[in-house]
Design a protein around this ligand. Structure first.
Ligand code: A3P
Length: 274
């Protein structure tokens, strides 16, 4: 019996389904699943396992907040319900919709170095195609146009242009309502990132270093407490295809001004290589 999945199905006395007080809004391939699963070992957190895509999908949004609430796990009054759908970050109108639900919502955004994120996104798109016995075009053919410029029409390229999207969020929410987590650090050492998140959410520190253990076979940290003992599945932590260093450096140059604008907007310097 998996206690973790039971916890979502069983209704304990005095629990009910509640709208989220915290959302992981993105970014796609930033480490959103790791963040959600790691936070979930905190006894004051209840999370929706599934991505509900409520604020980025017209059909779902039109089903209304009561439908959304029904998708949430059971929780006690003092627990925090968290939902994550990484598409929220890039969806026009999502910030306004979220504010209409709860203007004091707390938002978590986990970002990675933009070129790494792009390659991770490409690896996922390639893996999804391979499942359907299809092949993806070579990385450089998708990422560059024929004239050699970076193809900003390619969604995976655009998603890494964080400054474009953060503007929408900052025009609707206070800066201090958004915690921006460093996804590259989260991979190397999750504990400090989770510690900051507990603090941001006003939670007592209950997730300790002892809850994380490095799994050599997986090459990533996994999480453990008295009810949970898990590594993320094989779709998280994929092997990336080798990319020509010249392509990497061209892409880094391309992202540099967007990165600097992002640091200025969020008043946080991630020091990504240029
Ligand atoms: P890669 O598969 O490219 O390595 P998301 O959950 O937002 O889709 O992000 C997936 C990324 O989370 C993975 O990208 C991986 O690098 C990162 N990640 C961070 N911590 C992880 C962990 N403990 N286990 C597996 N993947 C982790």
């Amino acid at each position: 019996i998996n206690v973790d999945t039971l916890r979502e199905k069983i209704k304990l006395p005095q629990t009910k389904r509640r709208l989220p007080q915290c959302l992981i809004i993105g970014v796609r391939k930033g480490g959103t699943r790791a963040l959600l699963e790691f936070l979930n070992i905190h006894s004051m957190i209840q999370r929706s396992t599934d991505e509900i895509h409520f604020f980025d999908n017209e059909r779902k949004y039109n089903m209304g907040l009561e439908w959304y609430r029904q998708q949430m796990p059971y929780s006690f009054a003092d627990q925090i319900t968290v939902e994550k759908s990484p598409a929220y970050f890039i969806t026009e109108g999502a910030p306004e919709r979220i504010r209409a639900m709860n203007e004091s919502i707390r938002l978590l955004l986990i970002v990675r170095e933009p070129v790494t994120r792009l390659i991770s996104d490409y690896s996922q798109l390639a893996a999804n195609k391979a499942k359907k016995d299809k092949f993806i075009r070579p990385f450089q053919d998708l990422v560059f146009r024929e004239d050699g410029t970076v193809n900003t029409d390619y969604r995976a390229v655009r998603v890494s242009m964080y400054s474009l999207y953060i503007k929408m969020w900052l025009s609707v929410f206070q800066r201090d309502q958004i915690l921006i987590i460093n996804g590259d650090r989260m991979i190397r050492d999750p504990y400090p990132e989770i510690y900051k998140t507990e603090q941001f959410l006003g939670l007592e520190h209950r997730i300790g270093r002892e809850n994380f253990f490095y799994n050599k076979t997986k090459g990533f940290y996994c999480v453990r407490n008295y009810t949970v003992d898990k590594c993320l599945n094989e779709s998280k932590g994929r092997k990336h295809p080798p990319i020509d260093p010249e392509i990497i450096s061209k892409l880094r140059q391309f992202y540099a001004p967007f990165n600097r604008e992002f640091y200025n907007l969020v008043r946080q310097d991630f020091g990504w290589p240029e």
